[in-house]
Design a protein around this ligand. Structure first.
Ligand code: FAD
Length: 303
């Protein structure tokens, strides 16, 4: 109920304006967002590298309504790759297709993605296309496959809560695509997605078992200790090396688990978001864990 309300609020422009223009809430966003500038993101990236973790950098933003905004986002991603290389950081990039104009035109969006993937390839790096709400899934999978045919430096995300994900995994693997597996962060109807945590978890484990032995390097993105333990157990049973996959977690979430995995010799990549458009991302993080709302309310009234 609370999750549904928060996810619905994440679409509200009025609430977004109130939250993002308030000094207290802006400060609180720093729990999940590395800052509003690329310099701040670079700092967070360096600190994560020093702690033994790789990073994927995301300049927050989604659902742009003009081609100029989409091109601006493309330029930002090109700059991020330049900075990562110049500053010798262990990092790649994640971006959302609706930030690159998917709502405006698939062809236009694809052109921008291709130019970012080319920059990634020039630096021997990697571009991950985040997965958004289910109305975008088909277009996203198809676009990733087309771009990959020209630039293998691009990969996809699969959400375990969608019924369709198993067939998407099989399809994408047949293209040699690297996949990030996550549970899924959006409010989806029961026509397309499992609603119960137990069902999502069962599908997560099923998909993890399809991904790990595939011979491609995938990301297992979760903070769920049970999903992590099952991945570790199953990889050991199948003699899959710790170097053949990575765990991925979000900036500001379960740092204890991040450190534990690094200590145990697993590869860990941190998703580090930054930028001024942090509202929708922040709301999804609140929605994932009721205790986060308590943290938000307590800090707001403590100001
Ligand atoms: C690297 C990365 C990339 C992602 N990319 C995408 C994407 O492209 N598309 C998409 O739809 N989703 C994405 N997600 C979000 C994902 O789908 C889930 O919504 C999110 O990770 C919570 O699920 P969980 O696997 O951690 O398990 P859950 O069952 O939700 O949580 C398990 C435990 O993790 C901890 N936890 C989880 N979330 C939080 C939080 N916000 N704050 C504090 N503690 C928390 C709690 O201890 C909780 O009990 C991504 C997640 C990660 C880690």
């Amino acid at each position: 109920m609370l999750r549904a309300t928060l996810l619905k609020l994440s679409d509200s422009k009025g609430f977004a304006h109130w939250v993002t223009s308030n000094d207290t809430t802006r400060r609180m966003s720093h729990r999940f967002v590395a800052g509003e500038t690329l310099d701040e993101a670079m700092e967070a990236c360096r600190a994560s590298n020093d702690a033994g973790m790789a990073v994927t950098l995301d300049c927050l933003g989604e659902n742009v309504s003009t081609t100029a905004d989409a091109q601006k986002a493309r330029d930002t991603y090109l700059e991020i790759f330049d900075r990562i290389t110049k500053e010798k950081l262990s990092a790649n990039v994640s971006c959302k297709l609706t930030q690159l104009g998917l709502d405006l035109s698939v062809e236009f969006c694809e052109g921008l993605v291709l130019s970012i993937a080319e920059r990634a390839a020039a630096y021997d790096s990697f571009l991950r296309i985040d997965m958004e709400g289910s109305v975008y899934t088909q277009r996203t999978v198809e676009l990733v496959k087309r771009v990959r045919a020209q630039m293998p430096s691009v990969g996809a995300v699969i959400q375990a809560y969608l019924y369709r994900s198993e067939s998407d995994v099989v399809d994408l693997l047949s293209y040699g695509c690297r996949i990030r597996l996550c549970k899924g962060a959006y409010k989806e109807p029961q026509e397309v997605a499992y609603q119960r945590k137990s069902e999502v978890d069962a599908n997560f484990v099923k998909l993890m078992r399809l991904l790990l032995p595939s011979g491609f390097y995938h990301g297992i993105a979760t903070h769920d200790p049970r999903m992590i333990a099952e991945t570790i157990r199953w990889a050991a049973e199948k003699k899959i090396s710790k170097d053949d996959f990575e765990f991925q977690m979000l900036y500001g979430v379960r740092s204890d688990l991040q450190r534990m995995l690094v200590r145990d010799g697993y590869r860990v990549r941190l998703y580090v978001p930054y930028g001024q458009e942090w509202f929708a991302y922040f709301m999804r993080r609140l929605a994932e864990r009721p205790a986060n709302v308590g943290f938000f309310v307590r800090n707001f009234f403590r100001k």
